[in-house]
Design a protein around this ligand. Structure first.
Ligand code: ADP
Ligand code: MG
Length: 313
């Protein structure tokens, strides 16, 4: 017996993380929240469509986890502390096994980030998940894309390209040893939003963005918003041992530069800001000269756009 919409909501989505700033959560026509004094609201929304943003066969618990992770990553890129989310869920049928696992994955990360699900909408149709998230920053402290200046260093958190290799693995374009496969597929399906790193960068970074579409594309947004150019030193790109062991160096660079879904942060700051942290590395420098140059250690230019996924065919 398929369950009705109200049943779905109370059975799978009403187990929200309790926060004292939620005055009224799921169950009324809208939610009510108390905005903390002296904070600006930071608001973002992201939709994941089956077959577009994740492979159709992705495990439901991973879909739930990732739908929140990509939104938390936007909070991280703004330097914000996340607080509340709403969920618009469209699914083709009331599949209780799917809903159980999806909500488990979602709440697993919600618990970690202490984000409360305060409402949403549930409809029937092709599988699509939209989460809208709200967080806070102290006044005038949000990280933005437009503050990079010539001379700033360019930095990234974590390692790049793993999710790209994970996608190639899921699509069976590469065959990997079990341990590496597990690692890169979990980097694809369960990205780690860099929330504490983003918050630590308030007042320190001159610009920031999260890497959802690939380093070249996303750093490109910082460059155009800031009206500057940049050089990346390829040997500095942080690559996991899984990626380095799986591909020739130039293909690993290609993925690190152009594959999406890593959800690491890319940010800029004056080079003398010696922030004590081992969670990020400098990969290049902001310059006056517009455009993005990727340099090998011998000074040769590397043009990633000339390389393609056919390498995996
Ligand atoms: P309305 O018809 O007033 O829009 P709904 O029937 O859509 O009300 O929703 C009833 C309540 O359940 C609301 O509080 C809404 O926010 C919540 N809700 C609906 N779908 C979801 C969902 N997928 N996740 C969380 N809350 C939901
Ligand atoms: Mg509704």
């Amino acid at each position: 017996m398929p369950i009705a919409e109200f049943e779905i909501i109370s059975r799978y989505f009403k187990q929200e993380i309790k926060r004292s700033d939620v005055i009224l959560g799921i169950g009324d026509d809208a939610a009510l929240c108390a905005i903390p004094p002296n904070r600006e609201l930071v608001i973002a929304i992201d939709t994941l469509v089956a077959g577009v943003h994740f492979p159709v066969k992705t495990a439901p618990e991973d879909i739930g986890y990732k739908a929140l992770a990509v939104n938390l990553s936007d909070m991280a890129a703004m330097g914000a502390t996340p607080a509340w989310m709403t969920l618009a869920l469209t699914c083709p049928k009331n599949d209780e096994t799917w809903l159980t696992k999806f909500s488990q994955g979602l709440f697993e990360l919600a618990e970690i980030a202490q984000v409360s699900l305060i409402g949403g909408d549930t409809t029937r149709g092709p599988l699509s998940i939209t989460i809208q998230i709200t967080g806070f920053v102290p006044p005038h402290s949000a990280l933005q894309r437009n503050g990079a200046v010539p001379g700033d260093g360019i930095y990234v958190t974590g390692t790049l390209g793993d999710a790209g290799l994970g996608l190639a693995s899921v699509k069976k374009q590469v065959t990997l040893p079990r341990e590496i496969q597990t690692f890169v597929e979990s980097r694809l399906n369960r990205p780690t939003p860099r929330l504490s790193e983003g918050q630590a960068l308030r007042g320190i970074a001159s610009s920031a963005i999260d890497i959802s579409d690939g380093l070249v594309a996303d750093l490109g947004h910082i460059l155009s918003a800031s009206g500057v150019g940049a050089t990346i030193e390829l040997e500095r790109l942080p690559l996991s041992s899984a990626l380095r062991e799986s591909l020739p160096l130039e293909q690993a660079w290609y993925l690190a530069l152009s594959a999406g879904d890593d959800y690491e942060l890319c940010f800029t700051m004056p080079r003398e800001n010696r922030l004590s942290a081992d969670s990020f590395v400098r990969i290049g420098t902001i310059e006056k000269n517009p455009g993005l140059r990727c340099l090998k250690v011998d000074g040769c230019l590397f043009m990633p756009q000339k390389m393609g996924y056919q390498h995996f065919a």
